[in-house]
Design a protein around this ligand. Structure first.
Ligand SMILES: [Fe+2]
Length: 266
C-alpha cells in the first residue's frame, strides 16, 4: 500500500470533523499559530532552547550541521510541545491520528559553499510525512532561515517523491536535489523562494517533499527542533515515545510500508 492510500484509511476512522483531503498537498508549508496554544508551549520551547544552547556550546561544531544525540534528555519539553502541536495538526491539517516518528535537534553552520540540506531539495519520503520546524533562537536573514519555494499563489510546492510506499519505492534522481535547470524552470513559471524569519518558537509545518533548503549562517547561530509526524490508523498511547520516536541514531527514511506505524502490523 502506498502512503496516500493509507492516509485515506486513517481519515476514514478519524472520529472528528476533518479538513479537506487536499489540505496537506495543496498548501504544504504553513505557519502554525502558536499564539493560540497554551503558554506552556512557548515556556517549554524556551526551556529547550536554553538547554540545547548549553549542549551545543560544549560540543565540537560540525562543519555542516551539529546534531544533538540525546533528545530524551528533554523528554518533558518534547511531550509538552508535541501535546499542543500534534493535536493541532490532526484537526486542522490531516483529519487523522498522527504520531511522532522522528525528532531532530540541530545547529546549522557557516558554509563556504552550499551542500547537503543547504541545496534546494525535497526529502523524498512519501508526501504525507510532515516535518515541523520550531526555531529555538530568533531567526533573521543572517542566521540560517529555513527557505521554501512558493508557487505564484504564494503556496509551497511539493516535488513528487519517488518513494510513495510498497507500490513505488525508488531512489530519487540527483539525490533528491533540484538541478539548476529545474530551478530555472520553476522561476520561469512564476515560482519564488520564501525565507522564514521569526522569533524563538516560530513553528512551520511542511511536507518533507516541499522544495526547501537551509541557509548558511552569516552571523550568529541557529538551533531548531524538527518534529516529524506520520498518519496512523490507531491512536498511539502518546504522541512521542522512546518506543517509536527516533532521532539522528536511525536513518531518515520511513518504512516503505505505511502500516508499520508506531505499532507494527499484528
Ligand atoms: Fe530537508
Amino acid at each position: 500500500m502506498n502512503y496516500s492510500d493509507y492516509y485515506l484509511l486513517c481519515r476514514d476512522v478519524w472520529p472528528h470533523p476533518a479538513p479537506p483531503v487536499e489540505t496537506i498537498y495543496e498548501d504544504p508549508v504553513v505557519r502554525i499559530p502558536i499564539e493560540s496554544f497554551d503558554k506552556s508551549y512557548i515556556e517549554n520551547v524556551l526551556s529547550l532552547s536554553a538547554g540545547v544552547k548549553k549542549d551545543f556550546d560544549l560540543m565540537p561544531a560540525d562543519p555542516v550541521m551539529t546534531k544533538h544525540i540525546n533528545l530524551w534528555k528533554y523528554a518533558d519539553e518534547i511531550h509538552t510541545i508535541c501535546d499542543a502541536l500534534v493535536p493541532y495538526l490532526e484537526e486542522k491539517r490531516f483529519g487523522c491520528h498522527l504520531y511522532v516518528d522522528k525528532i531532530y535537534i540541530y545547529r546549522t553552520a557557516k558554509l563556504e559553499a552550499p551542500k547537503s540540506s543547504y541545496l534546494w531539495h525535497y526529502d523524498n519520503n512519501p508526501a504525507e510525512i510532515v516535518k515541523n520546524i520550531i526555531y529555538l533562537t530568533d531567526v533573521t536573514e543572517l542566521n540560517s532561515p529555513f527557505e521554501y519555494m512558493t508557487n505564484p499563489h504564494g503556496r509551497g510546492i511539493i516535488f513528487p517523491p519517488s518513494r510513495r510506499g510498497t507500490k513505488m519505492w525508488l531512489a530519487a534522481p540527483n539525490g533528491s536535489r533540484l538541478t539548476e535547470g529545474q530551478l530555472q524552470e520553476l522561476v520561469q513559471q512564476g515560482c519564488a523562494p520564501q525565507k522564514v524569519t521569526g522569533k524563538i518558537g516560530e513553528t512551520y509545518s511542511f511536507s518533507n517533499d516541499a522544495i526547501h533548503r537551509a541557509n548558511s549562517i552569516v552571523e550568529g547561530y541557529r538551533d531548531v527542533i524538527n518534529i516529524r509526524v506520520k498518519p496512523t490508523l490507531e491512536k498511539a498511547p502518546s504522541y512521542a515515545s522512546r518506543a517509536y520516536t527516533t532521532g539522528f541514531d536511525v536513518p531518515g527514511s520511513v518504512n516503505p510500508n505505511p502500516e508499520v506505524a508506531w505499532r507494527a502490523i499484528k
